[in-house]
Design a protein around this ligand. Structure first.
Ligand code: DAH
Length: 342
């Protein structure tokens, strides 16, 4: 049996030298250590030898087994390292210290417009707030008057995470925290990236930007809301834009409105961006629902306020004449780099 062990050791070493791929090594492992492998068979054979021999032979077989295991593992490591090196050698090489061939970076058009809006609102006494993209169900829905079984949830196909949190579907998710942070009076805007499970087309994306705003004080009315919206839009577009206000339903406002602007891509004639209606929904808004104020710790008997949820991505499309919303998330520098370099 001793010779058998020695012969096996030699044949293993020879075969291992030839095993140049992970597959070949695996085959070898099965041939030697598998259920019917040669080393396994040897171990099984030990039961037929005398107790005296068993001790000595057992040691030899176990040594062989250990050697086979260790050498197989080493071979796998060597093969993987060689594969990695091959990948590195074949990768495209470039010198990061070389000057670029005239291609300068630029801000993303959404960043440009977001900053411009922030400036406008700051000049009107608003603070700019940051807020996480992963929020709780309470923040995104319940705290803005959308309880668990409310049908308005159907309008926002939500990405839920395994831990029960979700990707924020609307910047309104920050309203509660901001009302709690400042109490009344309060003027704040909070831009952010939102996510919904949308079928994408020229005007829908699953990832888009909004800019929300709230103003709470004594005697705030719809006239204040209209004034701030019109001021903001004429500043952004640097001209008078035609707007229309329609009734709209959002559980967090009462009354609620849809503020549309005349489609600037087609001038109101009708195109794919405005779904051939000549108007684009840009800024849903309304007077903050008393329940939302209450949940934010503000007394609705004493204070009123307005809120708006500006479609930042849409606004950018209108401002720069971007016909397809998907261009904005494309990462295509040719498409995105043509805007102002600030
Ligand atoms: N959160 C709403 C949405 O994404 C938009 C919205 C509507 C925000 C009315 C508001 C508002 O603050 O008052 O569909």
């Amino acid at each position: 049996m001793k010779e058998k062990i020695e012969a096996l050791r030699q044949s293993f070493e020879q075969e291992l030298q030839k095993a140049a791929s992970s597959d070949a090594v695996e085959k070898l492992r099965v041939a030697y250590l598998g259920k019917k492998g040669s080393v396994t068979e040897l171990l099984k054979g030990l039961k037929d030898v005398s107790a005296q021999e068993k001790k000595e032979l057992g040691q030899h077989v176990n040594q062989l087994k250990k050697q086979v295991e260790e050498n197989l593992a080493r071979q796998v490591e060597a093969i993987q390292a060689a594969e990695e090196q091959r990948e590195i050698d074949s990768a495209e090489q470039y010198d990061v210290t070389l000057p670029t061939a005239g291609a300068k970076g630029s801000y993303h058009p959404i960043t440009i417009v977001q900053r411009q809006l922030e400036e406008i609102f700051v000049s009107m006494g608003f603070t700019v707030e940051d807020y996480p993209e992963i929020v709780t169900d309470y923040e995104c829905f319940e705290a803005v008057n959308v309880p668990k079984d409310h049908p308005a949830r159907d309008m926002q196909d939500t990405y839920y995470l395994e831990n029960g949190q979700l990707l924020k579907t609307q910047t309104s998710a920050a309203q509660n925290a901001i009302l709690r942070k400042y109490g009344a009076p309060c003027r704040a805007i909070f831009p952010g990236r939102c996510f919904r499970n949308e079928a994408t087309d020229a005007s829908h994306e699953n990832t888009f930007f909004q800019m929300e705003g709230v103003m709470v004080d004594k005697d705030i009315s719809i006239s204040n809301l209209i004034y701030f919206m019109k001021t903001m839009l004429s500043e952004v577009f640097e001209r008078d834009v035609k707007v229309r206000l329609r009734p709209g339903f959002f559980p967090f406002v009462e009354p609620g409105f849809e503020l549309d602007i005349n489609c600037l891509i087609c001038g109101g004639e009708g195109c794919s961006t405005c779904h051939h209606s000549g108007w684009v929904e840009l800024c849903p808004c309304g007077m903050i629902h008393p329940n939302v104020l209450k949940m934010g710790g503000v007394d609705p008997e004493e204070y009123t306020g307005f809120a708006f949820g500006l479609g930042l991505t849409r606004l950018v499309m209108m401002k720069y004449g971007v016909k397809d919303i998907r261009d904005l998330n494309s990462g295509n520098l040719k498409a995105l780099g043509q805007f102002v370099h600030e």
